[in-house]
Design a protein around this ligand. Structure first.
Ligand code: G3P
Ligand code: MG
Length: 345
């Protein structure tokens, strides 16, 4: 009789979906450079159950940052934020490239950003089997950019490829480039030669190589006192040089917040996470907590999520109203989380 009662109790106990969920930006909301911002740990503790709903409240991390696999990022953030964050909760700038694997799995793609071969490792973790970096290009022929010395360790991590015989099909600017001179030079070489380095110039109107930028941020907040230039500034530099060389900018695809593909991808991730825990159902009321009106708030507004703009990152409340209006403004991420929960009680 006890086992029957226990089984019936399990069947009837359907765990209710919480009424809300969160998407957290990372830089300027949870982290300042490599260090957690003061209220970040408390905010996540509240979501892990220490709240008036007495429930774990679901959340994802939605960042225009990257440069590592989602697994590596989850490990680092879990230890620094003192809570368990799974790789499936993290969407980085380049995570959406997983949707491109079918198209490019066995084609040579050039992955920009990060250091050494880190972006290759990320691309290979998604399923790209011919992912190359600008370090591989320098190892093939360092005179492509005369002002840099390739270190022994970079040479050791490089893939031996002859880029005069290996046509590049796409250029993915995955994370923020470190050496803009090298990356602008090699991008221009690849695109003007139709993918074969040192090959003949190709008519600009017959370009077939896809260029994807994964992060539009002109500015972002690290641990320096003022916002820093992001991948959006690199894109502007590349396009200005390419236009001086060819007379026009190069056509490209843009991912990252605030673009629709990135928020659509985030919705899919949230559905998977929630359906796994609660069975199939609708998304709860979503709150985006961000520090950058141009990316976090603009994207949330377009996705019809509520949004909270915090004052710990790019946005400076003394400089006037934000370019995109959030649902609410808060000093920091803990205040933002408490306001949203209060609103749903
Ligand atoms: O490169 C990272 C930066 O552009 C923004 O990161 O976390 O504020 O979206 P995040
Ligand atoms: Mg940010």
């Amino acid at each position: 009789v006890f086992i029957q009662l226990y089984r019936r109790n399990i069947q009837t106990k359907t765990v209710k979906r919480p009424p809300l969920g969160f998407a957290f930006d990372i830089d300027g909301v949870l982290m300042g450079g490599h260090k957690p911002l003061p209220k970040a740990r408390n905010a996540l503790k509240i979501l892990n159950g220490d709240n008036q709903l007495n429930a774990k409240i679901p959340y994802i991390l939605l960042t225009n940052g990257g440069g590592q696999t989602e697994y590596e990022r989850a490990q680092i953030l879990s230890s620094r934020l003192d809570t368990r964050i799974s790789p499936s909760q993290i969407i980085q700038a380049h995570t959406v490239l997983k949707d491109y694997v079918d198209q490019y799995a066995d084609k040579a793609v050039l992955c920009l950003g990060g250091v050494g071969d880190t972006m290759r490792k990320v691309a290979e973790s998604y399923g790209f089997r011919k992912a190359y970096t600008t370090t591989d290009v320098l190892a093939w022929n360092s005179s492509i950019w005369p002002f840099i010395h390739v270190t022994e360790s970079e040479l050791a991590s490089a893939k031996p490829v002859d880029f005069s015989r290996t046509p590049i099909s796409a250029v993915f600017v995955c994370h923020d480039p470190r050496n803009w001179g090298v990356d602008v030079q090699i991008m221009c070489d690849v695109l003007r030669s139709g993918g074969l380095l040192e090959g003949p110039c190709v008519d600009a109107t017959k370009q077939t190589i896809q260029v994807v930028f994964c992060n539009p941020d002109l500015l972002w907040k690290s641990d320096f006192s003022r916002p820093r230039l992001g991948q959006g500034a690199f894109k502007a530099s590349f396009q200005a040089v390419y236009k001086m060389l060819t007379g026009s900018e190069y056509p490209y695809t843009q991912f990252g917040k605030p673009t629709k593909p990135t928020y659509d991808y985030a919705r899919r991730v949230l559905h998977n996470l929630l359906d796994e825990s609660y069975g199939p159902g609708k998304l709860p009321h979503m709150y985006m907590i961000g520090d950058n009106p141009e990316s976090d708030i603009a994207g949330a507004n377009a996705a019809e999520w509520s949004s909270v703009l915090v004052h710990t990152g790019v946005y400076d409340p003394t400089a006037g109203p934000p370019a995109h209006s959030p649902t609410h403004q808060a000093q920091d991420v803990e205040e933002a989380v408490l306001w949203a929960i209060e609103r749903e009680l």
